[in-house]
Design a protein around this ligand. Structure first.
Ligand code: ADP
Length: 393
């Protein structure tokens, strides 16, 4: 019998999972991973082996609304029956916002879930669904130990000046602060960096996926990050706008017939690379296109990274290493080369062949700044933290 920890990332209509062996290994081995997509309209389940080979699939049919609880029950039953010797002994959930209360992973209780649900008004895209997955799993499996790990936790090391907005104290006291996101990925990368470049103290990490952000780290701790309050700002992303000044929003509200809901839809769902290109938010398509709007989208993405890299090098007092991760960061030599070309003044010198091969080291031997491609692994981080917390409980 293999005890397993189930890692859960619950979204609004899809639910990703991974199962890791909960043995004595310092790095728990991945058993399988998968997803239930279109959970509320046409649910289908796919499971894959650690090497990505599909191992099973299931469909419920169009018009079915599975919901988080039934999807998770199916996954646990599937794990315990299909992989005949697996017993799910714990679940670890990705939750985006931990608020001021949680600076690290926490054992889930009904009271913890109520607190986390109370933060949903701040972050409209993920928080409520992350909490719903944990709550519905607790209803169906009341004895199963569950842990929440937060994207915001890693950034609580940012100095106070980096966490405050210049707003009156009564607003800051309500939890309006620079939270920062992608913290589970940055946590993982911060533990990997010393393996590649042991002496690097001042490091900038670019997590470039559908959602994209950058983080300035000093000695493995977050000092600054681009995705600020509710995952909208910083770099332009697939469909999220990145930085748009607040005065533009006032203007849109006052003159273009927008209300809060339509503005939210516009900025989260129709902006960023999609808004700039008018065609897609998918970097694979954009970087290969000669269409001027697509070229502008890629340029704007690289330009925003250039600005933040300069600012973060100033925050860190220099730069020892630059790390690329996530879908675009791990797979796009074009985007990496475009950014590195703009950073020559900082001492960045690319090794083109290593860049084409996706690294891991993509800087030339005489580059003052080491540049690396390091694949992220948020699921493993959640599994490790879940097991560690339950072992000490
Ligand atoms: P998510 O944030 O949804 O987890 P990913 O980390 O999977 O996203 O990243 C998705 C992004 O990575 C998409 O924009 C996709 O086009 C991009 N991407 C994946 N492979 C490549 C590639 N070979 N070249 C350029 N971009 C890529």
């Amino acid at each position: 019998m293999t005890d397993a920890v189930l890692v859960v990332n619950s979204g609004s209509t899809s639910l990703k999972f991974a199962a890791y062996a909960a043995g004595a290994d310092a790095v728990p081995p991945l058993l399988c991973r998968g997803v239930v997509d279109s959970m509320t309209s046409d649910p289908h389940f796919i499971a894959k082996a650690p090497d990505g080979t599909p191992i099973d699939a299931h469909e419920w049919g169009e018009g079915q609304n599975l919901g988080h609880g039934r999807a998770l029950s199916f996954i646990i039953q599937w794990l315990e029956q299909h992989e005949a010797n697996i017993k799910v002994v714990a679940a670890g959930h990705r939750v985006v916002l931990g608020g001021t209360r949680f600076e690290g992973p926490v054992r889930i209780t009904p009271e913890v879930l109520d607190y986390l649900d109370g933060l949903s008004a701040m972050e409209p895209s993920h928080q409520a669904y992350n909490v719903r997955g944990a709550r519905e799993l607790a209803q169906d499996f009341p004895g199963l130990p569950q842990v929440a790990m937060f994207d915001t936790s890693f950034h609580r090391s940012m100095p106070e000046v980096a966490q405050v907005y210049a707003l009156p104290a009564e607003l800051r006291d309500t939890g309006v602060r620079h939270w920062g996101y992608h913290g589970i990925s940055y946590d993982y990368i911060s533990r990997q960096v010393p393996k590649y470049v042991p002496d690097a103290r001042r490091v900038i990490v670019a997590h470039l996926g559908g959602g994209a952000s950058m983080c300035a780290m000093l000695d493995g701790r977050s000092m600054e990050t681009t995705m600020a309050f509710a995952g909208l700002t910083g770099l332009p992303m697939a469909t999220r706008s990145g930085d748009v000044p607040a005065d533009v929003l006032f203007y849109l509200l006052k003159t273009q017939g927008h209300d809060v809901a339509s503005l939210e839809k516009l900025l989260y769902g129709k902006s960023g690379l999609l808004g700039l290109s008018g065609v897609t938010g998918d970097m694979r398509q954009l970087q290969d296109s000669k269409d001027p709007a697509a070229v502008l989208a890629v340029d704007a993405f690289v330009y925003a990274m250039t600005k933040f890299t300069g600012a973060y090098a100033a925050v860190l007092g220099g730069l020892d290493a630059l790390v690329f991760t996530a879908g675009i960061g791990e797979n796009s030599p074009i985007v990496r080369a475009a950014l590195c070309a703009r950073l020559e003044w900082l001492g960045v010198k690319l090794d083109p062949a290593a860049n084409t091969a996706n690294g891991p080291r993509i800087s030339a031997t005489d580059s003052r700044v080491g540049v690396f491609v390091i694949p992220t692994n948020e699921e493993l981080m959640i599994a490790q933290h879940t097991l560690a917390l339950l072992q000490t409980a």
